[in-house]
Design a protein around this ligand. Structure first.
Ligand code: SF4
Ligand code: SF4
Length: 348
């Protein structure tokens, strides 16, 4: 207003200042001075989530978006207001100032947070000399599944792709080179050829589950996928969130993979592919292929996460969805299918 090429009818001192950093709750920040009062965010809380936390208060040039007195934005889908604000007045506390959006590559994918299989964009960027990093998940429209929205848990689940990742093999509680680990794995397999149980995670892609089925057949092993620990009654709701937290539970059903361990079976070698229940099952020896750290076994081997592999997911309504490989690591980790290929011929 001081230096513009026109004469303003309003004195600079008359300009109404609003608040610039308001923490609305649910990881959402509001800059009232950017807001154009379109009411999309308030309609989202009144018409979509029906939680009514947001409203427009005040009159004339004092009108602004605010939460109701004493209330915070607090619902399982709250962060969708960040995507629907047309001017960037609502920003995600988690993402703001982390990365310029024009540096990000958006790759279409599917959320693995539950069996609903909401469509997302994975926004990632590979800076020079660094690994490809995921900065956020955003909803991708699919009227058959999630409409325009995703839940906040799914949105923030991108963090799991790069925290506490299992990156190196551990044999008898010591970090070892990969060739030592592979030799140990083959030795254990040969030792227990008649009494192997393979646990498959119901989060694996259908192609990975199929290759585990053929591995089990070759090794004369039992392939199972216990599902109890993937059921979470407290997570589900009557919109998107499903009580079934396994992303590919439907494929387990379609491929007719056993979901209960055979009673009284002696397990010589328990081999788990990223299954949650792995540590609760007794066996003489144990091998686990892990995306994340924390597992205790005779041999722990690193496994590529879902974003580092391509494959198919079948959601709870039976809709098949193809997921591209999104992340390309500088030092790629083996996928399930690569591990299965490495074990070819071990039974002979
Ligand atoms: S969506 Fe953005 S611009 Fe529209 S009323 Fe809400 S904060 Fe303001
Ligand atoms: S409802 Fe399930 S699939 Fe959809 S975003 Fe949430 S966790 Fe992910």
């Amino acid at each position: 207003m001081d230096y513009g090429l026109y004469d303003s009818h309003i004195a600079k001192s008359d300009k109404v200042h609003h608040k610039k950093h308001i923490d609305l709750g649910s990881e959402v920040m509001l800059d009232q001075e950017r807001c154009v009062l379109c009411a999309r965010c308030t309609r989202f809380t009144s018409d979509i989530t029906k939680t009514h936390e947001l409203g427009i208060i005040g009159r004339g040039d004092h009108a602004c978006v605010s939460t109701m007195p004493g209330k915070k934005l607090d619902n399982a889908y709250a962060m969708n207001v960040v995507d629907l604000c047309p001017v960037g007045a609502l920003t995600s506390k988690d993402f703001r100032f982390k990365q310029r959006v024009w540096f990000l590559t958006s790759t279409p994918s599917v959320c693995h947070g539950c069996a609903k299989g909401c469509n997302i964009f994975i926004d990632h960027n590979r800076e020079k000399y660094k690994d490809d990093t995921v900065y956020r998940f955003r909803p991708r429209e699919n009227q058959q599944i999630n409409g325009h929205f995703i839940c906040d848990t799914g949105r923030l689940s991108y963090k799991q792709l790069q925290t506490e990742r299992q990156l190196e093999p551990i044999f008898e509680a010591e970090s070892v080179e990969m060739d030592v680990a592979i030799t140990a794995l083959k030795t254990m397999l040969k030792m227990h050829l008649k009494d192997i149980v393979i646990l498959a995670s119901p989060d694996l892609y259908t192609e990975e589950l199929s290759s585990l089925m053929s591995l089990a057949e070759r090794l004369n092993a039992t392939l199972v996928c216990p599902m109890e620990s993937y059921h979470d009654e407290s997570f589900g709701d009557d919109w998107l969130k499903s009580t079934q937290r396994a992303a590919n539970a439907k494929a387990i059903e379609q491929l007719a993979i056993e979901t209960t361990l055979p009673h009284k079976q002696h397990i010589g070698l328990l081999m788990s592919f990223d299954h949650h229940d792995f540590s609760e099952i007794k066996s003489d020896h144990s091998v686990t292929f892990q995306t994340h750290t924390g597992a205790k076994a005779d041999l722990v081997l690193p496994l590529a996460a879902y974003s580092e592999v391509a494959g198919t997911l079948v959601n709870e309504d039976g809709i098949e969805q193809w997921c591209k490989q999104v992340i390309h690591r500088k030092e790629p980790l083996h996928s399930v299918r690569e591990w299965v290929r490495l074990l070819e011929g071990v039974e002979s």
